[in-house]
Design a protein around this ligand. Structure first.
Ligand code: PLP
Length: 309
């Protein structure tokens, strides 16, 4: 479980406000109807100071989420990139998690949001391992959720919107209630989709497999990173539909996500995955990820935004 660690400043629509003074009205549209869009981004400590990982890609997804929900934000991609950099500097942090949010504020009485002003907030705070102590080193035990992911053309899974996370909360709470660290949810056709807040990969015969972006899952930026790192390492990548039982038969399994990073999965439904411990391909990708995020390897893909450059 993780609790928020307070920092000093939150960027709000072009200026910095104190963490404790950053409030929204209880009748904000987003409070009533779950209509806020958001991102989750990590900033890592590197030898050249703090660097935000894949900031432009995250803020592009943010703007795309806004577009789907007809939110005409007043900020360009460059504005948002710059504001996130200033945020980390202003808070004096060496590493942190950033949570850009765009809300529909106070005004509209009903579901139609257009009478509510758009408000953009950029908070950040220090955040450690998401799936618990030792998760990255030892792996986690997961189950298949009884809750399925959204179906195509219901609630848009490619947009990162607060309301989507009602499903994620049900998936995660059920897993915790049953003694698992996380769950993997299936899509409404019964194929593997993703975790409550992470994408999923399996390893078989030295190749990695992950489900396609087909309307039930978020196109993770870490997922894309893993695919690129696998290509760099000559590991074959297959993006294809995955049957539930393939999870039990996998040599290795892992999650990818900004919060979860690359977390090995050691069992599914109490069935051991491979040897029941993180395998060599997962370890290799974890190491490559750690090296690039922490500036220990050349940033050949241009993924790091150094906040003070
Ligand atoms: C539902 C869901 N799937 C996948 C991911 C992984 O995406 P990313 O790697 O961009 O953090 C996240 C995290 O944002 C998520 O919330």
């Amino acid at each position: 479980m993780s609790q928020l660690t307070k920092t000093d400043w939150i960027w709000k629509d072009g200026s910095f406000v104190r963490w404790d003074d950053c409030h929204v009205h209880v009748l904000s549209h987003s409070m009533q109807f779950g209509s806020s869009i958001f991102e989750g981004i990590r900033c890592y400590s590197t030898p050249r100071g703090p660097a935000i990982f894949r900031l432009r890609e995250h803020m592009t997804r943010f703007l795309n989420s806004a577009k789907v929900y007809r939110m005409d934000l007043a900020y360009s991609l460059d504005d948002l990139v710059q504001a996130n950099r200033e945020l980390v500097v202003k808070n004096g942090l060496d590493s942190c998690y950033l949570r850009p949010m765009a809300l529909r504020g106070y005004g509209a009485a009903g579901m139609v949001p257009f009478e509510s002003p758009l408000e953009v907030y950029l908070p950040c705070w220090p955040w450690g391992t998401y799936l618990g102590e030792g998760a990255l080193e030892n792996g986690v035990d997961v189950c298949i959720s009884t809750w399925q992911r959204v179906a195509p053309n219901t609630i848009p899974a490619m947009a990162k919107v607060a309301g989507n996370y009602l499903g994620g909360q049900l998936i995660k709470m059920e897993a915790l209630a049953n003694g698992f660290a996380e769950a993997i949810a299936l899509d409404t056709g019964g194929r593997v989709s993703e975790g409550s807040g992470q994408n999923v990969f399996l390893v078989r015969n030295g190749a990695i497999y992950t489900p396609p972006v087909d309307g039930s899952l978020l196109p993770g930026i870490t997922r894309d990173t893993v695919i690129s790192l696998a290509h760099d390492a000559g590991i074959p990548v297959h993006v294809e539909a995955i049957a539930r039982e393939a999870l039990y038969m996998a040599d290795e399994l892992f999650f990818s996500g900004t919060a979860a990073e690359i977390t090995p999965v050691r069992s599914v439904d109490r069935i051991k995955v491979g040897a029941g411990k993180p395998g060599p391909v997962t370890r290799q990708l974890q190491a490559a990820f750690e090296n690039v995020t922490h500036g220990k390897a050349p940033d050949t893909h241009g993924w790091l935004t150094h906040v003070r450059d």
